[in-house]
Design a protein around this ligand. Structure first.
Ligand code: FCB
Length: 490
């Protein structure tokens, strides 16, 4: 691993940052977080419908039952995306709409995405499709979920059904969103659906997710898809004390589990040796977990892809010592005890380094994004990179004039985009940026309490109100250039 040590919390670049004329200015969402209509037109439950009914699993007892009611308001939502200048829209397809109970194709469910894609195209917005943003059909979980190898084949069947319907109009196909979350938050930590807290199950699920990605990539490629990839949520772990071997080892472990567990199989066709050592004593069904990896699996997983989606919110300081001064890393929840999402490295802690935090308790750390992009460029094959998610939750409120002024979000996006711009100037091939999220939505275990949107949603009335950040982003998409001075006050 090559490291770039730039400990500053800000990123220097020319005051006015210009992006290429064809740089993609996108916005992102995901099916369960926005659609609602969970029992309509044949859709059957996903693991998130089930998990959101587990007492204490979701803040406030919220569910995705109605969410942003996007299923019924889609044309108006697309109109708003267009008004706000999005040149691409990253959305995900709900597996249990397209193949309810993982059974035969449901034409009514597919028709929704067919209409969505046409609506986007008619507004000049390029559809960017994610096949799996975490809504596994519950029946598959009942049979073992991602710990069962059969789920891989069910995923490929589902992927083919979506491609048969939309392959003629959707240019970019990504298989998975953040398999780290699906595997380790879902099966080891129990912070996400299906809520299992089984340590090694996360490793097994992670392998099957990667295999599903590889097989679906092969299958869609054979059917003519030529822009295929996935979105990984990657991190930048810095040892608390670079002179302390225990902290250095802890940072290596988190890099291994969070980044290289996914990057290495995909780009090098092998799991990292140190990660295998760290997890060697983890068993699945009374055998070493690695026994689930069969001959040929890694060849499938390393099937070439065309684009890499990077989701980045923050890195972390990492320690191998017990610490109490820790920050949120995404797996903590007020009403339910989550376990460590790092099987084999449960002792690792994430001390606060005093950086400003978002409403998620996540550090605001643009220089980490710059280092991450440099590191991908130095250590892995050069693929076009798209930031498929970044953004921030803040405690946004409608003011007495019915407006939402969110200078914190503008400052956040400005700083992260400058980090991207600096990486591009240094030769990293970043071609687009999808802000998370188009509008406020169901933020998983945090329900509706956390607002990530450029557009405010009043859940009682479903009224959409673009925040000041939405207008700022629209201007950016129009000019392709970050204004000077930094517009935080704006
Ligand atoms: C990512 C998820 C996305 C959203 C953001 C805040 O991990 O992919 O759905 O919840 O975090």
């Amino acid at each position: 691993m090559t490291t770039h040590t730039t400990p500053a919390s800000t990123v220097e670049s020319s005051p006015r940052a210009h992006f290429a004329h064809d740089f993609v200015w996108g916005m992102a969402t995901a099916s369960y977080q926005i659609e609602g209509a969970v029992a309509e037109d044949g859709r059957t439950p996903s693991i998130w419908d089930t998990f959101s009914r587990v007492p204490g699993a979701i803040l406030g007892g919220d569910t995705g039952e109605v969410a942003c009611d996007h299923y019924h308001r889609m044309p108006a939502d697309v109109e708003l995306l267009a008004d706000l200048g999005a040149t691409s829209y990253r959305f995900s397809v709900a597996w249990p709409r397209v193949r309810p109970d993982a059974g035969p194709v449901n034409a009514a469910g597919l028709a929704f995405y067919d209409r969505l894609v046409d609506e986007l195209l008619s507004h000049g917005i390029a559809p960017w499709l994610t096949l799996y943003h975490w809504d596994l059909p519950q029946v598959l979980e009942d049979a073992g979920g991602w710990t069962d190898r059969d789920t891989v084949h069910r995923f490929v069947e589902y992927a083919v059904s979506v491609h048969e319907a939309l392959g003629d109009r959707v240019p970019t196909w990504t298989t998975l969103n953040e398999p780290w979350c699906s595997a380790f938050l879902g099966y080891s930590a129990g912070h996400h659906a299906p809520g299992r807290q089984e340590g090694a199950a996360g490793l097994v699920a992670g392998h099957h997710l990667l295999l599903a990605h590889g097989l679906a990539t092969q299958e869609l490629r054979s059917r003519g898809a030529d822009r295929l990839g996935l979105s990984l949520n990657l991190t930048v772990p810095d040892p608390s004390d670079a002179g302390d071997p225990v902290d250095v080892d802890a940072a290596r472990r988190i890099d291994g589990m969070h980044n290289r567990f996914f990057l290495d199989p995909i780009f090098r066709g092998s799991y990292p040796v140190d990660v295998l050592e760290d997890t060697a004593d983890r068993t699945w069904q009374d055998r070493p977990w690695l026994d689930v990896v069969r001959d040929g699996d890694l060849d499938v997983i390393s099937t070439p892809i065309d684009v890499l989606g990077v989701n980045y919110y923050h890195g972390n300081e990492v320690s191998g010592h017990p610490r109490t001064d820790v920050v949120g890393v995404g797996a903590d929840h007020p009403d339910r005890v989550a376990l460590s999402p790092f099987p084999g490295s449960e002792h690792v802690t994430f001390p606060s380094r005093g950086l400003p935090l978002t409403a998620m308790g996540w550090e605001i750390q643009p220089e980490g994004l710059h280092r991450l992009l440099r590191r991908l460029h130095d250590d892995y094959p050069h693929l076009p990179i798209y930031l498929t998610e970044t953004g921030a939750a803040f405690d946004d409120r409608l003011d007495e004039h019915g407006r939402v002024h969110d200078p914190d979000r503008i400052a956040f996006l400005d700083s992260y985009l400058r980090a991207v711009h600096r990486a591009i100037e240094e030769g990293v091939d970043v071609r687009g940026f999808f802000q998370w999220s188009f509008y406020d939505n169901f933020e998983w275990a945090f329900g509706y309490a956390k607002r990530f949107g450029l557009v405010h949603v009043d859940y009682a009335t479903q009224r959409r109100t673009p925040k000041s950040s939405a207008h700022w982003y629209a201007e950016l998409a129009r000019t392709g250039s970050l204004p000077i001075p930094s517009p935080a006050g704006g």
